[in-house]
Design a protein around this ligand. Sequence first.
Ligand code: NAP
Length: 487
Amino acid sequence: MQMLIDGRWVEASSRERIQVYNPATGSVVDTVPRAEREDVRAAVDAAEESLKKWSELPAIERSRILLKIAENVRQNSEELARTLTLEQGKPLNEARSEVNSFANCCEYYAGLIGRHRNVQNEFLTGEGFFVVTKIPVGVVGAILPWNFPVSLLGWKVAPGLAAGNTFVVKPASSTPLTDIKVVDLMYKSGLPAGAVNIVTGPGITVGEEIVRNPKVSKIAFTGETGTGKKIMEMASDQIKRITLELGGSDPMVVFEDADLELAVEGAVWGRFRNCGQSCTSVKRLILLEGIAEQFISKLVEKVRTIVVGNGIEPSTHMGPLHNEQQREKIENMVEDAVSLGAKVLVGGKRPEGEEFSKGYFYLPTVLTNVSEEATISNEEAFGPALPVYVVRSEEEAVELANRTIYGLGSSVWTKNLERAFRVAEMIQAGTTWINSPPIARAEVPFGGFKQSGLGRELGVEGLEHYYETKSIQVYDYSKGRKWRFPI
Ligand code: NAP
């Protein structure tokens, strides 16, 4: 495939290409251009050029185009989902639901266009009035990870286009294909040339050029906390607007009065969806001691039923990890926990058999007796391994939940709503789900406390990050004094 710059299919100036691999088979799915800094500059220029046209388009037209994009994405969802499974590894059903969530996001923000009211108010002194308006930030650089390439594109372009901004998008180097197809559909839906440009290439060149380019006013980044820190540092040079959606180590706390069947399903869904590679997912399971034994036994029974395989097969529940590095990271975390006394109740190794020999498969794993010192207790576990901790009280549960540097998601399972709210307020995380596994929704703001991020995506709050606030003050000389210097 090629890149889309200024609405045209283009090659990289270097003519070099990047191979995109299928994580289930190791085979090459396709290739994309390896862009250079000059290709990024061309994309930024195209986005800048199209800014006036897009932002001045009547709001109703922008809304119609977003709705058309959603319609076209839904109509092509089967092909998009297949491409996503081939390049990312997730099961086809999960890919379908991700493509669907992109369309939901476009529809939600299409509905918000033109809804906000500009504020007009009198000065407190009565000497005139002021108007507060919202204007688009300008050209936005969207930098995406590989775990949810399509939905996270939607989280950025849908509110950003709704607010009148234009984009240069850099997908992860290992998952550019579905995003390119989606941007193509955006043009087929009536988006003006240059409003969304997609440039493929390494973070170190393409990503950095987007962040450092002075014509780019804002960076919307999703990825690892370490990369986010680098981006924040680079962006500080020009006090560039940034939103950062970073890693997490979400706790799931289950109290004795929870519906255990639902909670077990929630833990399994929350941990093993996308092979454990979701920013918000159940990364640490915290059980009150009264139910721990019963819960763990139901959990292990359920985990044993998970069918691991190639995501393209309808029978597969959990696909491979995205690459060898991810698999090694999770293997090392499990080994480290075991060396500090953890017990592997299920999984803890790669599956055996010819069908698994070329992909990055790892069995769904549950660990108990996990030390507080273990890496998995403190760092983001981005793979299918679930450490379980047993606590004696609500205080202990909250203390353990808050022990990491992260604060993205969390969940509380109990039938006592008073307790649920009390604990939700004490957990330092951007979202707490009550009796539900973590799932993002277009209408609910999403983002992290602590080192899990900066700013919010989704909801009305997400839209705010794509505006500058402009105050216009009108002084009325018939009501106020004349300005004279010296005062
Ligand atoms: P990553 O390694 O940080 O990469 C993310 C993106 O940044 C990729 O497009 C990458 O390009 C690019 N990049 C790398 N170095 C860069 C640099 N120096 N300057 C500019 N761009 C650079 O993250 P990942 O491994 O793809 O994604 C997994 C992480 O994302 C996990 O930590 C997960 O928790 C987090 N995540 C967070 C959320 C959330 O909403 N909070 C959602 C999803 C994922 P290349 O691909 O070319 O290296």
